[in-house]
Write a protein that binds this ligand. Structure first.
Ligand code: FHN
Length: 459
């Protein structure tokens, strides 16, 4: 919270809580898929057989690695990988089908990562898929296939580019540098307009690589560009990473106002408490390995998240009005890692049974439960239980004098009705009323399960 407001010229361009259809749709996604795919998929976290998975930067950063695992002379190695890019196994329809089966409602796809290699045949650079042996437009295939499956597409776009001589990290100071960087800015604008024109079905951009001083100082340009993109594409959704105000404040301006339609800072982490979010929309993007967004050939020796971990994170997010976006890093041939295939299937199987508690839900307004996560939709309250109580009593605290309380309960997975009664156990009966949902004594669960409750007037 900023106490003394100042005059900010380059603040938000959209209201803090957009109420249009596109944003309402965003709020109902629940689960998304992220895909990081590019030239880094070819080495797959190993350079000449040496893996840098321990303690190394993420696999998609391999071009910048130093030490024994660094590409020798990256100019002749990494920057020539495009000559080998020929993913004959790539089938966008197969990816989209898998995403649909997993339950993803939107996709964020890397059109261009920090290396600058464009997966669409951009008119504004030669460093694109068109110059690779594969030649064909990958972004188009992905956008078409996912859209056909009813999955909304957002395009990931890295502003910073390692392989662009007009790009610089520091703010340009000499006239030559300024001229160079202006060319880069114009190039960025052209590419973004090109993407909107080529793929009009997209719902938004997911920007990244916007932390350098050169971009931060270009606030006048970025403000106008955001305006232009929104005008060209009504309903377009842009997160808080795109730009900053004239004082260099990113994500939130100097008055604490969010710059964009949702908070985009939750990368591999999520808020501990719902209150931290102060009502803002947000997404959480998550890797399966600890870090590493691009393909990692070898998952041994590192902790890779299980479907239980990921479903827990998903429910944690949606219980706080966020979307959970799980990252996949296909290999250089366009195939998902077998571990990703397995997780997608397990998540999908779980969601097919319990999806009602995931999609279109909102924060329930109840104090967090040790048993799991609450979500709410109309007069339905869901508790996704990760910690089954040994006495099989799912006890729920409802603030005293609440207008609505649980009046009926069923087990979502099979619809069986569960006993529900008020209990007078609790150390704070002056503040809460407790409701006990009684699971059958023999009930056991080897995965998270959902107790669905109807809310009604207290009797
Ligand atoms: O540097 C990137 C990283 O490689 C990856 O793309 C993630 C995805 O959120 N974003 C960046 C760092 O914030």
């Amino acid at each position: 919270k900023v106490e003394n407001k100042i005059d900010v010229k380059y603040g938000p361009l959209t209201p803090a809580h957009r109420t249009d259809e596109a944003m309402e749709r965003f709020r109902n996604y629940g689960l998304g898929q992220f895909i990081h795919w590019g030239l880094y998929a070819i080495p797959g976290n190993e350079w000449e057989g040496v893996s840098a998975r321990k303690g190394a930067a993420a696999s998609e950063w391999i071009r910048t690695w130093s030490g024994p695992t660094a590409p020798k002379d990256w100019k002749n190695t990494y920057d020539n990988l495009y000559k080998q890019f020929n993913p004959t196994g790539f089938d966008a329809k197969k990816w989209a089908k898998q995403a649909k089966e997993m339950g993803a409602k939107y996709l964020i796809f890397t059109t261009k990562h920090h290396d600058g290699f464009a997966l669409w045949p951009s008119k504004y650079t030669d460093y694109t898929v068109k110059k690779s042996p594969y030649k064909k437009d990958i972004v188009k295939q992905v956008v078409d296939a996912y859209t056909a499956e009813g999955i909304d597409v957002f395009l990931y776009f890295s502003i910073l580019e390692w392989n662009n001589s007009n790009y610089m990290g520091k703010a340009p100071s000499t006239p030559e540098e300024k001229a160079k960087f202006n060319k880069f800015l114009e190039y960025t604008r052209n590419q973004l307009l090109e993407l909107l024109q080529n793929y009009p079905q997209i719902k938004g951009f997911w920007f990244d690589g916007t932390w350098d001083q050169s971009w931060i100082q270009a606030y006048d340009f970025t403000y106008k560009l955001e305006k232009e993109l929104r005008e060209k594409h009504p309903g377009l959704i842009i997160g808080s990473r795109f730009r900053n105000d004239e004082f260099g404040k990113r994500h939130f301006d100097s008055n604490g106002e969010m710059l964009g339609d949702y908070e985009q800072g939750w990368e591999r982490k999520m808020p501990k408490e719902f209150e931290w979010l102060e009502g803002r929309d947000w997404d959480c993007v998550m890797t399966i390995p600890p870090n590493g967004w691009g393909y990692m050939k070898d998952w041994s020796g590192i902790y890779t998240k299980t479907s239980e971990d990921l479903i827990d994170m998903l429910m944690n997010c949606v219980s706080m009005n966020g979307n959970f976006v799980l990252n996949f890093g296909p290999d250089g041939n366009g195939l998902m890692h077998p571990g990703e295939d397995k997780l997608a299937k397990e998540i999908g199987d779980w969601i097919k049974i319990n999806g009602e508690a995931v999609y279109g839900v909102r924060h329930a307004g109840l104090a967090p439960s040790k048993l799991g996560y609450f979500t709410k939709k109309a007069d339905n309250l869901y508790l996704t239980v990760f910690n089954r109580p040994v006495n099989n009593i799912v006890r729920i605290a409802v603030p005293k004098n609440a207008a609505e309380v649980p009046v009926e309960a069923v087990l979502l997975q099979d619809g069986q009705s569960l006993d529900l009664k008020r209990s007078d156990i609790g150390l704070d009966l002056d503040r809460n009323t407790y409701y006990d949902v009684v699971l059958p004594g023999t009930f056991r669960a080897d995965q998270a399960f959902v107790v669905k409750m109807k809310l009604g007037k207290p009797k």
